[in-house]
Design a protein around this ligand. Structure first.
Ligand code: URP
Ligand code: ZN
Ligand code: ZN
Ligand code: ZN
Length: 483
């Protein structure tokens, strides 16, 4: 059975034009005027865009003594409800656990996904086994590797490990990723605040000032350059980190920054709310920042120095957040946002004149598809691409609230915010998952998207002196595709 999306305006990262889209067996097979199909999806008055890709989620993840509350079913249902058609989740090996063993655990959970997904691999400890498994990870399509520079005593890796791992990622043609906060300084500030009796959620923000993020971002960029590996900085929240990324890009380094929709639209005054639950629900790392940092992130999206808007969806219920009553350091870190990323960014970006529609598509979908090397299978409206599409109604509005959300948690950090611009239809490989506003997801429909490595293109700038020297070759033997 074929489906045709009719009478809409196609919006991609670089073009806006009127055309219908024909879908057969999950792929886009034709784009043109006056197309016919077995089923018609009416896009009158709407924009037809690549479905969103959220490259930063933590679904059913063991963390800080509990599990994040949204699993692959509720998480991907929330994603589709908000126009996102692919998520990239982090496989988090335990201390001493092999990478492929951890990937199998993730695979067991992800069978329930309603939309397509891929994985980043986290490097949470270092040793021969990890070094060996990294090649297997790349061969299995998990080509991006995240490193935590924070969470001392748990997930944090030190500079020696970071350098060893970055070199290995570079050799394999992979992408290095960092959670950039100076974990040593955070640990000391946390201990000091607690000793002084600052135990409430507002102290979480005091324990992680912008400087700890700026320092770690600079350090990661320098180490990545020396290791000759491209670097993706997750949840860039402040000017201090943005400045480092901006400068690196101007120097010709292949570095990307990822602001979150939460940091773009919510600020640190949330932590001053006298309601403990209100503030604790917003505890995440890095914490929300002041308006000046927010302006910096918006400017980065506008100028292109920041490339991707994600959520870091890592949702905990109020009950879980209360593990940290009397000690902010025990509040599980993380917030939700999967369902709200696209409508919030459209409202505050396109609606307020900060972003063009094409820039919106770039930062919610196309840029990350290119960075993660799954373009144009994902992130494109092109013949041959997967029919992961959103029919976006710019006139449709709602007030965000926990009562009507798909996420399993009992609150929403955007509660009460009005958004204008919502999906009328969301299609996951051609399957209509939001149908004229109604949620009709199919559990288990989602497929794992394996990604090929890239050629090792980010040779250290210092190595440019001799461009005739042989280039590092990806060891996996899998040819790189895409941009
Ligand atoms: O607070 C956060 N961000 N929780 C999720 C884990 C991480 O650091 O990305
Ligand atoms: Zn499976
Ligand atoms: Zn992180
Ligand atoms: Zn995260």
């Amino acid at each position: 059975m074929t489906t045709v999306i009719k009478n809409g305006t196609i919006v991609t990262a670089d073009l806006t034009y009127k055309a219908d889209v024909l879908i057969d067996q999950g792929k886009i097979t034709q784009i043109g005027i006056g197309l016919k199909g077995d089923r018609t999806v009416d896009a009158t008055g709407c924009f037809v865009m690549p479905g969103g890709i959220d490259p930063h989620t933590h679904l059913e993840m063991p963390f800080m003594g509990t599990y994040s509350a949204d699993d692959f079913e509720s998480g991907t249902r929330a994603a589709l409800a908000g126009g996102t058609t692919m998520v990239v989740d982090f496989v988090l090996p335990g201390q001493g656990q092999g990478l492929m063993d951890a990937a199998q655990m993730w695979h067991n959970k992800s069978g329930r996904a309603n939309c397509d997904y891929s994985y980043h691999m986290a490097i949470t400890w270092w040793g021969q086994k990890v070094w060996e498994d990294m090649e297997l990870s790349v061969k299995a399509g998990m080509t991006s590797f995240k490193h935590f520079m924070a969470y001392k005593g748990a997930l944090m890796v030190n500079d020696d490990e970071l350098y060893q791992s970055f070199k290995r990622v570079g050799d394999l043609g992979g992408l290095a990723m960092v959670h950039a906060e100076n974990g040593d300084v955070v640990a000391e500030l946390t201990a000091k605040l607690l000793a002084e009796g600052n135990t409430g959620p507002e102290a979480h923000a005091y324990s992680r000032p912008p400087q700890v993020e700026g320092e770690a971002t600079n350090r990661a960029i320098m180490i990545a350059d020396m290791a000759g590996v491209p670097l993706y900085v997750v949840h860039t929240s402040c000017e201090d980190a943005h400045e480092a990324i901006r400068r690196a890009r101007m120097q010709g380094k292949r570095v990307w920054g990822e602001p979150l929709i939460q940091h773009l639209t919510l600020d640190d005054s949330e932590y001053q709310n006298p309601d403990w639950d209100h503030a604790a629900r917003r505890v995440m790392s890095p914490p929300f920042r002041n308006k000046l940092h927010q302006d910096s992130l918006w400017a980065g999206l506008q100028s292109g120095s920041l490339s991707v808007v994600a959520t870091d969806h890592c949702a905990f219920t109020t009950e879980q957040k209360r593990y940290g009553v009397g000690n902010f350091a025990k509040i599980p870190n993380g917030t939700g946002g999967l369902e709200d990323r696209m409508p919030m960014l459209w409202t505050h970006g396109v609606g307020m004149g900060r972003l063009t529609m094409n820039e919106f598509v770039a930062v919610t979908s196309t840029n990350i598809a290119k960075i993660l090397n799954c373009y144009p299978q994902k992130g494109a409206v092109l013949v041959g691409a997967d029919a992961d599409l959103v029919v976006w109604d710019p006139e449709k509005s709602k007030t965000i609230g926990a009562a009507s959300q798909q996420s399993a948690i009992d609150y929403n950090v955007f509660e009460g915010k009005v958004v204008k611009g919502l999906p009328r239809y969301t299609l996951s490989r051609g399957v209509v998952s939001v149908d004229d506003g109604e949620i009709k997801t199919r559990e288990g429909h989602g497929k794992f998207i394996a990604r090929d490595p890239r050629p090792a293109v980010n040779r250290a700038l210092s190595a440019w002196k001799d461009l005739t020297a042989p280039r590092p070759v990806a060891r996996s033997g899998i040819p790189a595709t895409g941009v």
